[in-house]
Design a protein around this ligand. Structure first.
Ligand SMILES: Nc1ncnc2c1ncn2[C@@H]1O[C@H](COP(=O)(O)OP(=O)(O)O)[C@@H](O)[C@H]1O
Ligand SMILES: N[C@@H](CCC(=O)OP(=O)(O)O)C(=O)O
Length: 368
């Protein structure tokens, strides 16, 4: 039976050495996608490159440093980018559709369901969805270069079988190979811990925005979702087919066994939720969250960074500042500043209504 595969391709891979979109590479990628579709697989492509293409269209020789100019470049470049894909795919008789998303669109439950229905219908119709951020309105996502995470969100939204990031490098190395010639390729990662995070540095080219760090964040989300993720070199020989078939140089992020397959709502909170602040927790609380699937209680909270309201999504940071989880808080930042570090029975003496209230209930908490 066919599989559902999401590919993400980065700007540094799409652009040629002359600073223009490498149409020959786009053709090779599309030919492989068409081959996979002929085999019965369903494919979604998340393509960066709008700002890089627009930069050349609008005559900028250097990467613009201000956000409005980058957004203007992305808006101008997106039309050319999608036109090239449409032209190349038409040669194989495949139609494509442009899907522009922001994180905000899928945080809202209606937006989430509408996006999922649109993807399903496009795939039923045999159309290739080509996804990018709607850069005009998503400044925060844009400046963080988050298409790696957008691909992860799309993969979880459509419950993909596999997520493949096509990069300008073979995979995750033990250190940034640009600065450390002794670095070696890591072939398999089962857990994104502090050690793995420490390996990943920023982007090496003037086009790439997130570097390995954003790919590792995406991998952590995919491990939580139980969707295997691969990073490989997009320009490698038959890279897409090889990645789909589990061959070639690459890094695979996969849980042993079946993976965790978190509930859809938790995944949605953890992946799509725009965080309004953070709470820092102690080592004991970290262990309870990670090993026992516990709710987060005020006693384990050591610091609060807001402002946020009850019902907002917040990041949960471990003692070393590392992202441990994300969830929906039942306390505002003002209230939590007053009660953090206290046991529930102590809190109940002066706020009886909080006698039994965790900061984040385990059903609304995604532990990475
Ligand atoms: N540990 C690491 N392993 C591999 N690459 C790394 C590492 N740390 C930093 N990098 C950099 O990340 C780059 C890939 O990210 P990026 O340039 O953003 O590409 P893309 O356009 O594919 O998103 C690599 O070319 C390399 O310069
Ligand atoms: N949405 C932006 C790209 C953002 C991004 O994540 O870029 P990249 O690091 O090249 O995958 C664009 O199309 O230019």
């Amino acid at each position: 039976m066919g599989r559902l595969i999401v590919f993400k391709v980065g700007s540094s891979t799409l652009m040629g050495p002359d600073g223009e979109l490498d149409v020959a590479f786009v053709r090779s990628m599309c030919e492989q996608i068409c081959e996979l579709k002929r085999r019965g697989d369903c494919v979604v492509l998340v393509s960066s490159g709008a700002a890089a293409v627009g930069r050349s269209l609008l005559g900028f020789t250097e990467r613009p440093s201000d956000i409005p100019t980058l957004q203007a470049c992305a808006a101008a470049g997106q039309t050319t980018l999608i036109e090239r894909y449409a032209e190349v795919l038409a040669q194989d008789g495949v139609r494509c559709a442009q899907v522009l998303l922001t994180r905000g669109d899928v945080v809202d439950r209606t937006g989430y369901l509408n996006a999922r229905n649109t993807f399903e219908r496009l795939l039923d119709l045999g159309v290739l969805p080509i996804v990018n951020e709607n850069d005009t309105v998503s400044v925060r996502e844009f400046s963080f270069g988050d298409n790696d995470m957008l691909g992860a969100i799309v993969s979880s939204l459509i419950d993909a079988d596999s997520y493949v990031i096509l990069s300008d490098i073979d995979g995750l190395y033990t250190a940034n190979p640009d600065t450390d010639p002794t670095a070696t390729l890591v072939e398999r990662v089962e857990r994104v811990d502090a050690n793995v995070i420490a390996m990943a540095g920023g982007a090496g080219s003037s086009y790439g925005t997130g570097g390995m760090a954003t790919k590792i964040r995406a991998a952590r989300a995919m491990l939580a979702a139980g969707i295997p993720m691969t990073i490989c070199r997009g320009r490698g020989d038959r890279a897409l087919i090889n990645a789909a078939d589990g061959r070639g140089l690459r890094t695979v992020f996969e849980c042993p066994g079946e993976g965790t397959h978190e509930q859809a709502r938790k995944l949605w909170i953890g992946l799509a939720g725009v965080s309004r602040g953070s709470v820092r927790i102690d080592a004991g609380a970290c262990r309870a969250l990670e090993n026992e699937g516990a709710s987060l209680l005020p006693v384990g909270v050591t610091g609060v960074e807001g402002p946020f309201d009850e019902g907002d999504t917040v990041n949960v940071l471990g003692p070393d500042g590392q992202l441990v989880a994300r969830g929906i808080t039942r306390y505002s930042s003002d209230e939590l500043v007053r009660v953090h570090g206290l046991r529930l029975d102590v809190i109940a003496r002066f706020v009886p209504a909080r006698a039994d209230c965790p900061v984040i209930h385990r059903d609304e908490l995604l532990v990475f």
